[in-house]
Design a protein around this ligand. Structure first.
Ligand code: CP
Length: 336
């Protein structure tokens, strides 16, 4: 169900290197990620207008296909599409024909027959958005809203936008990602984005049972001791324990996890005094973060949510524009 790594650039980029799908940050260079951040920056102002709309996707149909639960991603994709003036269809998977045994492929064929222009896909299977991008009608853009443990590229980009807003640049920054790295698609995409954008150091802080075997090969340093790992940090990204993806007992207890890896005010004081605290949400207060920190002056967690709309507007408008540019290649078939 997954595309090979070597097929990714051609799958999600046009021949000119423009986005046509947004599936993963693998294979995307610093210039393209910076372009996404700059485009998102330009959309922030739209959210501050009394009429929060631009016409970039007017007449286009965007379908939100969420096979897993979501609050932030689904809502901000919907708002982003509406702010771009698209028509938005939110398929309710629980009441759809999926419950009668309809396959993903058949569901997509039927939605394509309704002249959809873009699918925003969240799925428990790693690689589901890639599979859809490989099989979908040319001209239809696929945006990954989180697939299994694999990737959550728009989350990583809204996190990068938040870091850039608060820190100005990526060079010289020390960033730690703390907690359940093993099950986190967010962490994988964040590590990729942080390295591509040129931070000085990416640290992961977690017990060995919550780290992937190959984590250092992703481009990060490993710390098992949180108090040691928090020193000198500019950015701390806390993660939720993804109980729904855990097989077997990976933790002694939530209480023990919180004692060792939970972020409280006392531990936060070990980082740089201007360190910002981030979390992709949903947060579990008292499991990975205490309320005094989540709601405190160094927390930018709700800024992340706001930035999600602008980043998703950027990615959707860029992918649609890339799809259109493919279609108008002189003398060639659509989307070849
Ligand atoms: N961060 C994130 O993906 O949150 P949701 O599951 O609420 O979309």
């Amino acid at each position: 169900m997954t595309a090979t790594d070597s097929s990714l650039p051609t799958l999600q980029l046009t021949r000119e290197g423009r986005l046509k799908h947004f599936l993963t940050l693998d294979g995307l260079d610093q210039a393209l990620l910076t372009d996404i951040l700059d485009t998102a920056d330009s959309f922030i102002e739209v959210g501050e207008r009394s009429i929060k709309k631009v016409p970039l996707l007017r007449g286009r149909t965007v379908v939100n296909l969420f096979f897993e639960s979501s609050t932030r991603t689904r809502s901000t994709f919907e708002l982003a599409a509406k702010r771009l003036s698209a028509d938005v269809l939110n398929l309710d998977i629980n009441t759809s024909a999926t419950s009668k045994g309809e396959t993903l492929s058949d569901t997509l064929l039927n939605l394509e027959a309704m002249a959809s222009d873009m699918f925003v896909v969240r799925h428990s299977q790693s690689g589901a958005p890639h599979f859809i991008a490989e099989t979908v009608t040319p001209g239809v853009a696929i945006i990954n809203a989180g697939d299994g443990r694999h990737a959550h590229p728009t989350q990583a980009m809204l996190d990068m936008l938040t870091i850039r807003q608060h820190k100005g640049q990526f060079a010289g920054l020390k960033v730690a990602i703390v907690g359940d790295i093993l099950h986190s698609r967010v962490a994988r995409s964040q590590i990729r984005a942080l390295n591509t954008l040129g931070v000085e150091e990416v640290r992961v802080i977690a017990p060995a049972t919550l780290l992937p075997k190959d984590v250092e090969s992703l481009g990060c340093k490993v710390e098992y001791d949180m108090r040691h790992g928090l020193r000198d940090l500019d950015v701390i990204i806390m993660l939720r324990l993804q109980r729904e993806r855990m097989e077997g007992a990976l933790l002694p207890s939530e209480r023990e996890f919180y004692r060792l890896y939970g972020l409280n005010e006392e531990k936060l004081a070990l980082a740089d005094s201007r360190c910002i605290v981030m979390h992709p949400g949903p947060i579990n207060r008292g499991v990975e973060i205490e309320s005094a920190v989540a709601d405190g002056p160094q927390s930018v967690i709700l800024n992340q949510v706001t930035n999600g709309i602008a980043v998703r507007m950027a990615v959707m408008s860029m992918a649609m524009s890339g799809q259109v540019s493919e279609r108008v290649q002189p003398g060639e078939g659509a989307g070849q």
